[in-house]
Write a protein that binds this ligand. Structure first.
Ligand code: ATP
Ligand code: MG
Length: 407
């Protein structure tokens, strides 16, 4: 059997980027031979194994044929006769379809090196269109390598457009889509992911709620960029510039969905968009089965981001309600993430990227004041049950009033 490094490890070495995980392809071997060498099989569906020591993935060279819709609609053919070139041609992009032996001899039948030089993300063969997940993958790679000057080749974008139009994207499972989306959002330029999806018509299919924001105006006084889609991308970009976690990035992407529902007569104002947006945020959350913390934060940010901006003007009772809604006493980190998302929303506006956001420290101070209320003295005074709850709330309100007066 011959073993080659493939995919990202080869690509990133040639780009001079640190390689994190290595994928291997094995030519000329059978499943039985792999098992005999101590490799552990990964799933029932794929001829993929884990190395007994390194734990890295080793896949038998295989060919693929589409036999139906969706990811289940593939038949694999793995056998010792499948050649390296046959395995490489089923891969998505030319820059991902190179292999390297242990002497660093490169096998590059589809001109991946040339495309690395030309900074092009190009499909390997027309079979690209057989797996709609590749639309998301290409958009993700575009986001990752935008900083190096990579763009999607026009013919590849055309294939992505055909895939988006074909209805195949709907056949993707939530799990496969979310994996790509979440990885893409964690790239340095996640807004490029959304832009590429939009350009090929996939955003309209995957997240019509986000797509609908483009062309929707906002008041120029607060939003010099005017367009809600442009604003959303800037907010997302800010969240990456500030190295914020996935939860915050997801919330940034979805915070203004309600603006897509505003009747055009009301433009450029968006009265109560925080509330109208909630059902849309819920729908997107559920469509991709986003993790619970992402879902929760997106909904909270959607509902309360304008509270965040008006923090200094909020009445003490409203401030308290805000803190209660976040359960800031038990979930202080989530409130920090909310503050971060609000700040990104404020900065994701043309020319205002560097503005200060005094609301952040003000909200932190209010939370600290409310959390500073000690329960023990109230217990000692004999409060119990619902009365205790009321007493705690009263004390917290007092603390916030005092804070507001001195802030
Ligand atoms: P990363 O740095 O994100 O791991 P990668 O290119 O190594 O990038 P993997 O998801 O680890 O991506 O996949 C390894 C290789 O398998 C890819 O380089 C590509 O050749 C191939 N591949 C993975 N998924 C697909 C797919 N859906 N369609 C075609 N080829 C794929
Ligand atoms: Mg990889």
């Amino acid at each position: 059997m011959q073993i080659y490094k493939v995919g990202g490890a080869v690509r990133d070495r040639l780009l001079g980027i640190p390689v994190t995980d290595i994928d291997w392809v094995v030519v000329g071997a059978t499943t039985e031979e792999m098992l005999a060498k101590g490799f552990r099989p990964v799933g029932a569906d794929f001829p993929v194994f884990l190395h007994p020591k390194s734990g890295e993935e080793y896949a038998l060279a295989r060919t693929e044929r589409k036999s139906g819709r969706g990811y289940g609609g593939f038949t694999f053919h793995a056998s010792p006769e499948v050649t390296l070139e046959e395995d490489l041609i089923r891969r998505d992009l030319t820059i991902n379809a190179m292999a390297e032996d242990d002497q660093q001899n490169l096998t590059d039948p589809y001109h991946g090196q040339q495309d690395l030089k030309d900074r092009l993300l190009r499909h390997v063969s027309p079979a690209f269109a057989e797996d709609p997940l590749r639309v998301l993958r290409v958009a993700r790679f575009a986001a990752r390598y935008a900083g190096l000057g990579f763009t999607v080749a026009p013919q590849t974008l055309e294939l992505m457009r055909q895939l988006a139009d074909s209805g195949e994207l709907q056949a993707l499972t939530a799990e496969r889509s979310w994996k790509e989306i979440s990885r893409a959002l964690m790239e340095d330029q996640p807004q490029i992911f959304i832009e590429v999806l939009r350009e090929c018509g996939a955003l309209k299919v995957l997240m019509p709620e986000v797509d609908a924001l483009f062309g929707v105006p906002q008041p120029e006084a607060h939003h010099p960029e005017i367009d809600t889609g442009v604003h959303t991308l800037s907010v997302l970009q800010q969240s990456a510039l500030h190295k914020l976690p996935l939860t915050v990035r997801w919330a940034c992407l979805l915070h203004d969905l309600g603006k897509g529902l505003t009747p055009t007569e009301e433009w450029p104002r968006h009265i109560a968009h925080e509330h109208t947006g909630l059902k849309l945020i819920k729908a997107v959350n559920e469509r991709f089965k986003a993790p619970k913390d992402c879902q929760e934060l997106a909904l909270l940010v959607g509902q309360y981001h304008t509270h965040g901006h008006r923090a200094l003007e909020l009445k003490p009772s409203t401030l308290l309600e805000l803190l209660q809604s976040f359960d800031v006493y038990r979930r202080p980190q989530r409130f920090e993430e909310f503050i971060a998302a609000c700040e990104m929303d404020a900065r994701g506006r043309k020319g205002l990227e560097q503005r200060s956001y005094p609301q952040a420290d003000y909200l932190r101070g209010a939370a600290a004041a409310a959390r500073g209320v000690a329960v023990q003295p109230l217990l000692e005074q004999g409060f119990k049950g619902p009365e205790l709850g009321e007493a705690i709330k009263r004390e917290r309100l007092k603390a916030i009033k005092a804070y507001k007066e001195h802030a």
